[in-house]
Ligand binder design. Structure first.
Ligand SMILES: NC(=O)c1ccc[n+]([C@@H]2O[C@H](COP(=O)([O-])OP(=O)(O)OC[C@H]3O[C@@H](n4cnc5c(N)ncnc54)[C@H](OP(=O)(O)O)[C@@H]3O)[C@@H](O)[C@H]2O)c1
Length: 378
């Protein structure tokens, strides 16, 4: 996809191992006539185009035939001048500056919170609609926090061609994956309390973390001391509490994102959420155990039916063959997979359920969700 050795390496890290499970694949048809580069499309900029999410943006835009008049690839000075091929054309990576957003209709940001805080408002000032992947604006009351399958109405007032820019925030990847499965059940029986335990992949920490996991795995197998640069402890053949800073209440920032973002997205200040976030040595795609307590009864068969009909969700729940979702099955896939759907024995009646969810957090947890938001602007 990209001409540099780095991009080739990143691409191979991001590519999934083969899987036998049939989960909806992104639209990939090399023989189709591309309709995406067209005069009536918006001009698009990707901020952080060389990163794990940035590269996935390109893949998702292409897979979904997202229409664009022009595309600008922005990154740090380190990457300026590198060449990236996108849809059979070569583009030079440009250094991100305040001038980058002149004439840009849609800016997809994935270069970290400080870059979003500095350049997001500049882009908005220049009339761009910014879809931001960082946590910089998620809890800003004036900024919609959107999962298109869950709360598209939150961004209903924003569109292109209205003569002014705007910010829309993409939720945290663990929140998106969790709520893709929990929301259809919430709509039916209203969730009162949710307990989430995550098993988060290296990809959630960016391209460098994926490289470190691979390097450490080789080093440990070779009997060498593992290189610890991104994480302060050994990652290969280990797991540890999420690397986000721990707050004074004992929760880390990743856990508090699940709490606060769920309340904002569901527009429900009273829903009780608690979370424990763990980094596991999986290359790509997060897994989450989710325990739900409902206001109204909901039995497991009805829950399975509801989830079977939910957009962007696939049920893998075969008790006989002990077949349930895995991170590998969902890697590079659009759908979030749900299984282990069962009544929670610790709750009386049909008021509690346990589910296990897996989702590709670079795709649905980041790039795909943001592109779906951008599609709603067209
Ligand atoms: N990975 C995920 O699953 C995920 C999910 C949801 C949200 N996010 C968020 O998305 C953002 C990026 O994550 P990532 O995983 O893609 O990280 P990454 O692989 O480390 O990529 C970071 C990107 O930001 C660019 N960048 C860094 N400093 C810059 C600067 N001063 N000016 C312009 N560009 C700069 C980098 O460009 P260079 O290559 O030139 O350094 C690179 O393109 C973060 O805010 C992250 O929290 C990530």
């Amino acid at each position: 996809m990209q001409s540099s050795a780095y991009a080739h390496r990143l691409h191979s890290l991001l590519s999934p191992s083969p899987s036998r499970t049939q989960i909806r694949n992104p639209t990939r048809n090399p023989t189709r006539i591309r309709m995406s580069l067209r005069d009536d499309g918006p001009s698009v900029a990707i901020v952080g185009a060389t990163g794990a999410v940035g590269q996935e943006f390109l893949s998702v835009l292409s897979d979904r035939d997202f229409p664009y008049r022009s595309i600008k690839l922005l990154a740090s000075r380190r990457s300026a001048g590198k060449v990236q091929t996108f849809e059979d054309r070569s583009y030079k990576i440009e250094e991100l500056t305040a001038e980058s957003f002149d004439g840009v209709d849609i800016a997809l940001f994935s270069a970290g919170g400080s870059i979003s805080k500095e350049f997001g408002p500049i882009a908005v000032e220049k009339g761009s609609v910014v879809v931001d992947n960082s946590s910089a604006f998620r809890m800003d009351p004036g900024v919609p926090l959107v999962i298109p399958e869950v709360n598209p109405e939150a961004m209903g007032h924003i569109g292109l061609g209205k003569g002014k820019g705007a910010l829309i925030a993409n939720p945290n990847c663990s929140t998106i994956i969790c709520l893709m499965a929990a929301t259809p059940l919430h709509r039916y029986a209203k969730v009162l309390r949710m307990v989430v335990s995550t098993y988060q992949a290296a990809s959630g920490a960016g391209a460098a973390a994926m490289e470190e996991l691979e390097l450490q795995t080789r080093e440990v197998l070779d009997g060498k001391e593992p290189t610890c640069k991104i994480f302060k402890q050994q990652y290969a053949f280990n797991l540890f509490s999420h690397n986000a800073p721990v707050l004074s209440n004992g929760y880390n920032e990743e856990e508090m994102k699940l709490v606060k973002e769920t309340q904002k997205i569901w527009n429900d200040k009273d829903v009780k959420v608690t979370a424990t976030c763990i980094r596991v040595p999986v290359m790509r795609a997060h897994a989450e155990s989710v325990n739900l307590q409902f206001e109204k009864p909901l039995d497991e068969d009805t829950a399975r039916q509801i989830l079977n009909g939910a957009a962007g969700v696939v049920v893998i729940d075969d008790r006989v063959s002990n077949s349930f979702p895995t991170p590998l099955q969902v890697s590079n896939k659009d759908d979030v997979a749900v299984g282990r759907i069962r009544q929670d024995l610790s709750q009386d009646g049909n008021y509690g359920l346990d589910i296990f969810v897996c989702g590709d957090q670079i795709r649905k947890g980041a790039a795909l969700n943001a592109v779906q938001i951008a599609e709603k602007l067209l």
